[in-house]
Write a protein that binds this ligand. Structure first.
Ligand code: FE2
Ligand code: FE2
Length: 377
């Protein structure tokens, strides 16, 4: 496929135009909902669910099912040793699967293939040691411009409900200077386009197109909920911090193919990149909307939101709002990782209740589909 560093450099891509680069709404002085209004997450998630596709999700395919569809090459894993072989990790919007091993005699099939290529795959689902895999009969590279991108990359679906909640929050802020600071970002068409597409991680929580938008709304919702139980916290500052805390991910990730970390993402990290982006946009604006000390309050929220140095925070939370934001961020990330793991049929073959393997994104825990109707009909 054609590599377009849209994720790192901000060029918009017509392939994604239909995914929603909404124009910012008019944001009058007090035109929205007060920031203490919370979201109905269940409604937003239902509204935002990606449309059902004719093809069953990869995780629901049974052993022996045929596969005949375009897929994205997510990884080419070459293994040395006495029996050298390669594994192709292939995916679509619904999930990912490893190929059956391609032994030395089959490796001619790999010539010219690269991570990020889109291929027409024919084969069938098989199993090895409780893991489902894809036995490949044929592979044909598709030109990038003919690739059905919306079927190949996981997505939160319709962004409109999330944008409408986010815009109502920010437009309803009672603090004019915070409203103006947020408008620098969320009134900017290019920023909105990229913020609405960026994943919140490459393979952990909210690793979907639009994942950053969803995660930011969840963090805002959780932070405002905590603020209701913590009257000393400033809900306006919390809301601004929640919506801005991960803006560095726009510079840290690319999403024009398999999600990946950019060079600057590796060497600086999204926490520092977020503070730099915030400072460039707000601190050096011709008419800065914030006082120097207000600028530092928001910079502190961005820089401390991971809580501690081993999790990538240059400083630990030192204000009540920073502590609440860290808790809200952690809760959104952890609950999404847990919910995604429990929803992954590939982890529960043959009706297993406990996942067949521990998960790195959950601190090497296995997950359990423990459930009861509790007497409900
Ligand atoms: Fe973060
Ligand atoms: Fe976050």
């Amino acid at each position: 496929m054609t590599r377009d560093p849209r994720g790192a450099e901000g060029r918009s891509d017509p392939r994604f135009a239909s995914l929603g680069a909404d124009a910012p709404p008019p944001c009058g002085p007090l035109g929205g909902t007060p920031p203490t209004a919370l979201i109905d997450t269940a409604t937003l998630l239902t509204a935002g669910t990606a449309p059902a596709r004719a093809r069953p999700p990869l995780g629901d395919r049974q052993i022996g099912d045929p596969v005949d569809q375009p897929m994205l090459i997510l990884e080419i894993e070459r293994r040395a040793g006495d029996h050298p072989h390669a594994i192709l990790w292939l995916g679509d919007a619904s999930g990912r699967l490893p190929s059956a091993p391609l032994w030395s005699a089959d490796q001619g099939r790999l010539v010219g293939l690269r991570r990020g290529d889109v291929v027409a795959v024919r084969g069938r689902i098989t199993s090895w040691r409780d893991r489902r895999q894809l036995a490949i009969d044929s592979l044909q590279v598709l030109p990038g411009e003919r690739a059905p991108w919306e079927d190949l990359l996981p997505s939160i679906g319709d962004r409109a409900p999330w944008w409408s909640r986010l815009d109502a929050w920010r437009c309803g802020l009672g603090s004019p200077r915070l409203r103006a600071a947020l408008a620098i970002f969320f009134d900017d068409r290019d920023f909105r386009h990229r913020f609405g597409e960026c994943p919140a991680s490459t393979s952990g929580h909210h690793a979907k197109l639009g994942g950053l938008l969803q995660h930011s709304c969840e963090v805002a919702h959780l932070a405002l909920t905590l603020a209701r139980a913590t009257p000393a916290a400033d809900p306006d500052l919390l809301l601004a911090g929640a919506l801005l805390h991960d803006i560095g991910k726009l510079d840290s990730y690319r999403w024009d193919g398999p999600f990946e970390t950019t060079v600057t993402g590796h060497v600086l990290g999204h926490v520092v990149l977020g503070c730099l982006r915030f400072d460039r946009a707000v601190g050096t604006a011709p008419n800065p909307p914030l006082t120097p000390s207000e600028l530092i309050l928001l910079q502190h929220l961005i820089l401390s939101h991971h809580g501690r140095a081993e999790f990538g925070a240059p400083v630990r939370p030192m204000t009540l709002e920073a502590e609440i934001l860290h808790c809200a961020d952690d809760a959104s990330a952890r609950t999404d990782a847990m919910a995604s793991a429990l929803a992954d049929p590939g982890l529960f073959p043959d009706g297993a209740e406990v996942s067949v393997r521990p998960l790195w994104q959950l601190d090497q825990r296995r997950v359990w589909r423990g459930r009861s109707a509790w007497g409900r009909s």
